[in-house]
Each structure stands twice: as structure tokens, then as C-alpha cells.
Ligand binder design. Structure first.
Ligand code: FDA
Length: 294
């Protein structure tokens, strides 16, 4: 893959990419593979994400598909322990549903050939139903595909029923987009309660769930939940983000839990980096301090 500057603009790229590298494994596949190797050495699996979202042109979506096909080939050849995660708006969901479906199907097909797995990330609420419905269609032909559910959305328990019925794999997270009160819980205690209810729903009716959080309260609660319900450590995964709480990732792996880290890479890093900054005000102060020091 050639080394390109950020899709945003070259000035932002020069100023901010060094900071974004806390959360982004690099611009190229070899850099990302190197990051995955380091995780694998600590007994941690990965899911590689080629950064990109909201593409408006068919050729950008096709380029993203090719990057994923190349990534799957690299995973296979380098024998790293990783699957892939992608976003439907990167695959052309805003352009045309059937075009998007065919693009993701190509990736699922390639992943199936090498015994690999594809996770469809969940984006802002304007895409929830379209993502879920396209995913459920895809799941009829491809069993090596899973989806994400966001605990802050009030609709998520019903969505899980549909997904569990299809026996598909779910990654549960809190949700990273700004959503309206009518459709999404806003306060952390409510989001945590919803998260716990959904974990229970996944453990009782789901298929190999992924519990994606760095929140100690929820991690401890999940550990207690599996202990009480005699659920094996091999029946689910904890998932975390590259660059967030790496000591906790390693500690959980040492305790015998399955841990998978989401490893994003590529040139379209700005929207992803902005979401990571918004999650913690300390991150924003860190960026501002860096910019004013220059
Ligand atoms: P919370 O935000 O409360 O953080 C708990 C602790 O983790 C913090 O106190 C801090 O120590 C650390 N932490 C968390 N975020 C940090 C950050 N940005 N910088 C530094 N420290 C941080 N969302 C979505 O809408 N769609 C998706 O498809 C996905 N996919 C996804 C995959 C995986 C593997 C993970 C872990 C997360 C996602 N997310 C996501 C993001 C998710 O919705 C959520 O925004 C973040 O995980 C932060 O929520 P926590 O549950 O970690 O708790």
C-alpha cells in the first residue's frame, strides 16, 4: 500500500498524526501487522480496521474493499491472530444498498476462504436500521460475519433479539456517537445498566459475545456474571481499543480471558481520532497542550 497523506489535509496530518498514533497503528499494512504481532506476543488477538467512513464515490468504496482484501491476505500470509472490522458507510451504504452489500460480500467471501471473520461496526443512529438489515441479509449467506450493538441506544434489546435469532455474533459496546435523548440514554449509570442487561441477554441467548469496554465496573461485573452462571472463559471475548488501557488488556490475557484489540490503521484517521478525543477531556487537553507548545 502506498503512503498517502491524511484524507483531511496535509497540515492537520503533520500536526496531529503524531498524536493520533496513540490510537492508530500506522498508515500502512506492514505497520499495522507489526502492531498486531506485538499484541499477539502478549497473548492478545486483534481485529484490523482499515480506517474510513462515509464515502461518497464508488471508487473510494472499491478502494476500501481492495484494502480489506489485501489486509486479509496479509493476515493469512503472516499468520497473525487477527480478523477484520469494517464500516458499511465505508463500503458505500450512502451510495446504494446493493452496491454496499456486494462489496461487503466480497470481503466475507475472501475471509471465508482463509477461515477468517468480518465484524460490521455500528455507526451513528441514522445508520442503525440500515446496518442491521443489511447485516441480517448478509448473515444468511455468510456465517463468518458479526455485528455491533450499542448499549446507549434504547432500541438495542429488540435488536439483540433479531440478531440472536439469527445466531450471529455480537460485539457489545457503549456507543461512541452523539445521540438524542429520545433514542439514547445519556447518563453513565443508565448506559451501564443497559450494558449489563444486554450482557445478560447475550450470555443467555447469544453466540460467542464480545464485551467491548475499558470500564472497570463493567469488566468486574462481567467476570462476576460468568462466575455465577458457570460460563467458561472461552465462551466470550473482552475487546478493547488499541492504545487504551494496554496494561488491563495484558492483565486480562494473563488471567486466562480471551482479549481482542481493535487495531485501526490507514490514512483516513481523523474521524476515528476525534471520537477517541471526545471520549475523554484529558485527551483534548493533551492535544491542545501539544499544539500550543509548538
Ligand atoms: P468509558 O468511556 O467509561 O471508559 C472507561 C475507562 O477507559 C476510562 O476511565 C479510561 O481509563 C479508559 N478510556 C476509555 N476511552 C478512552 C479514550 N478514548 N482515551 C483514553 N482512555 C480511555 N462504538 C461504536 O459506536 N461503534 C462501534 O462499532 C464500536 N466499536 C468498538 C470496538 C471496540 C473493541 C471497543 C473497545 C469500543 C468500540 N466502540 C464502538 C467505542 C465504544 O462505544 C466506547 O465509545 C468506548 O469503548 C469507550 O467506552 P468504555 O466502555 O470503554 O467506557
Amino acid at each position: 500500500m502506498t503512503r498517502k497523506t491524511s484524507a483531511a489535509n496535509p497540515v492537520l496530518d503533520r500536526l496531529l498524526f503524531p498524536l493520533a498514533q496513540r490510537f492508530v497503528a500506522g498508515r500502512t499494512i506492514p505497520e499495522a501487522v507489526q502492531a498486531v504481532r506485538r499484541l499477539n506476543q502478549d497473548g492478545i488477538r486483534a481485529t484490523l480496521d482499515v480506517l474510513g467512513e462515509n464515502v461518497r464515490e464508488q471508487r473510494s468504496a472499491v478502494a476500501a474493499v481492495n484494502s480489506y482484501l489485501e489486509t486479509l491476505e496479509w493476515i493469512h500470509r503472516s499468520q497473525i491472530e487477527s480478523n477484520v472490522s469494517l464500516k458499511l458507510t465505508q463500503m458505500g451504504l450512502d451510495i446504494e444498498r446493493q452496491f454496499c452489500y456486494s462489496n461487503v460480500a466480497r470481503i466475507c467471501h475472501k475471509a471465508a476462504e482463509t477461515g477468517n471473520f468480518v465484524r460490521v461496526d455500528m455507526e451513528g443512529s441514522g445508520y442503525t436500521e440500515a446496518t442491521l438489515s443489511l447485516f441480517l441479509d448478509l448473515n444468511q449467506s455468510y456465517k463468518n460475519v458479526g455485528i455491533v450493538t450499542q448499549a446507549y441506544l434504547r432500541r438495542s434489546a429488540q435488536d439483540l433479539e433479531r440478531i440472536n435469532e439469527a445466531k450471529a455474533r455480537v460485539r457489545l459496546c457503549k456507543g461512541a456517537y452523539k445521540e438524542r435523548e429520545e433514542i439514547a440514554f445519556q447518563r453513565m449509570p443508565e448506559i451501564r445498566e443497559s450494558f449489563k442487561r444486554l450482557v445478560e441477554q447475550l450470555f443467555s441467548h447469544g453466540t460467542y459475545p464480545a464485551i467491548a469496554t475499558h470500564d472497570d465496573q463493567l469488566i468486574r461485573w462481567t467476570q462476576e456474571c460468568i462466575r455465577q452462571n458457570r460460563i467458561g472463559k472461552d465462551q466470550f471475548e473482552f475487546q478493547m481499543l488499541y492504545g487504551v488501557r494496554p496494561e488491563t488488556q495484558r492483565a486480562l490475557a494473563r488471567e486466562g480471558f480471551r482479549v481482542r484489540v481493535y487495531v485501526p490503521y490507514g490514512t483516513h484517521w481523523l474521524p476515528y481520532f476525534s471520537r477517541r478525543l471526545r471520549e475523554r477531556k484529558e485527551n483534548i487537553y493533551f492535544v491542545l497542550r501539544h499544539l500550543f507548545k509548538r
